[in-house]
Design a protein around this ligand. Structure first.
Ligand code: CUA
Length: 336
């Protein structure tokens, strides 16, 4: 009996040391959403259970190493035990109870993150290799950065134009995949609680530039947010080329095409207009409005030599004709 008391004390001390150590380690970035609070509470409980179980095993082990080691003169085998029924029942039922309790906690936390506010702002988030676009469907405009009002719930509907991406802002705690295909939209509710600038990172390996699939997330005062919305309604201003430049950012074209001659996956737009290109079949063409329009709408129609292994996504299909014409104007403006 005295052995159990000693191990009990040892386990308690180890649990407190390891548990408070892990709890104060600052493993998580700052918490910035209502939904994240449920996750953090669950995480903290896990840390304490993990600390206890680890201490229990290590405590018994260390104690046995020291107290039950072979003493001088002991030559025979140790005592032989033939099982212990009540102990076996206990170590089956206790963990079962803990696991069931935690499945209940997990389900409650999940329900907490899904609690719906009927007045939530609607934002559709579109992932493409390798950029994000944010469609403010309540106001009919799109943005390349995610701006959210503080203390108001936003209902994010996630989708993808090509492969699986994943929406992850560590400060909000939640993570949700963006899946391609009709009817595969996924929802995520975020109520930011802290003003500031955050980063949205793609958390699903999605190809060559996955590591750079990052967007700005800005949590604003409600008044500032509404002012920003007013400015955005009606789309980008300026001439066709200026609007085209904005579209190329929103649709993520610039992830693959540089505008300064730099080498990327797709051909650079710098000096592309009116240049002479050799096609995969050996013939040559001069890049003009018609060729650019066709290439945006149907990228596989005419392939320039050296780009036959590159598959451009059919991004143009989700653009309006005006948007494509603006982009053609923009590309033209990049040739002096
Ligand atoms: Cu998108 Cu990784």
């Amino acid at each position: 009996m005295k052995h159990f008391v000693r191990v009990g004390i040892l386990t308690t001390i180890l649990t407190v040391l390891i548990g408070s150590g892990l709890d104060n380690l600052g493993l998580m970035p700052v918490l910035a959403s209502v939904q994240g609070a449920a996750i953090d509470a669950l995480f903290r409980k896990h840390i304490w259970v993990i600390s206890f179980l680890f201490s229990l095993i290590i405590g018994f082990m260390l104690y046995s190493f020291v107290v039950f080691r072979r003493k001088p003169g002991e030559e025979g085998d140790g005592d032989h035990f033939e099982g212990h029924t009540s102990l076996e029942i206990a170590w089956t039922i206790v963990p079962l109870g803990i696991v069931m309790y935690f499945s209940f906690l997990g389900a409650s936390a999940l329900a907490e993150t899904r609690r719906a506010d009927p007045n939530a702002y609607n934002i559709t988030i579109v992932g493409s290799q390798w950029s994000w676009r944010f469609d403010y469907t309540d106001y009919d405009f799109s943005s390349t950065e995610l701006r959210l009002p503080i203390d108001r719930q936003s209902l994010l509907t996630l989708t993808s134009t090509d492969v699986i991406h994943s929406f992850w802002v560590p400060e909000f705690r939640l993570k949700q995949d963006a899946l391609p295909g009709e009817g595969m939209e996924r929802e995520l509710r975020i109520t930011p609680t802290l003003l500031g600038d955050y980063k949205l990172r793609c958390a699903e390996l999605c190809g060559l530039e996955h590591a750079y699939m990052v967007s700005d997330v800005i949590v604003m005062e409600v008044d500032d947010f509404e002012e920003w919305v007013e400015e955005q309604i009606g789309g980008p201003s300026g001439d066709a080329a200026a609007r085209g430049e904005e579209w190329t950012k929103q649709f993520g074209c610039v992830a693959c095409h540089s505008t300064d001659g730099a080498e990327r996956i797709g051909p650079t737009w710098f000096g592309l207009y009116e240049s002479e290109e050799t096609l995969v079949d050996g013939s040559t063409i001069t890049v003009d409005d018609d060729y650019l329009f066709e290439s945006i709408l149907d990228p596989q129609a005419t392939i320039v030599e050296g780009y036959d292994t590159v598959i451009m996504p059919p991004t143009g299909e989700s653009m309006t004709e005006e948007q494509i014409l603006d982009i053609v104007e923009y590309i033209e403006s990049l040739t002096e």
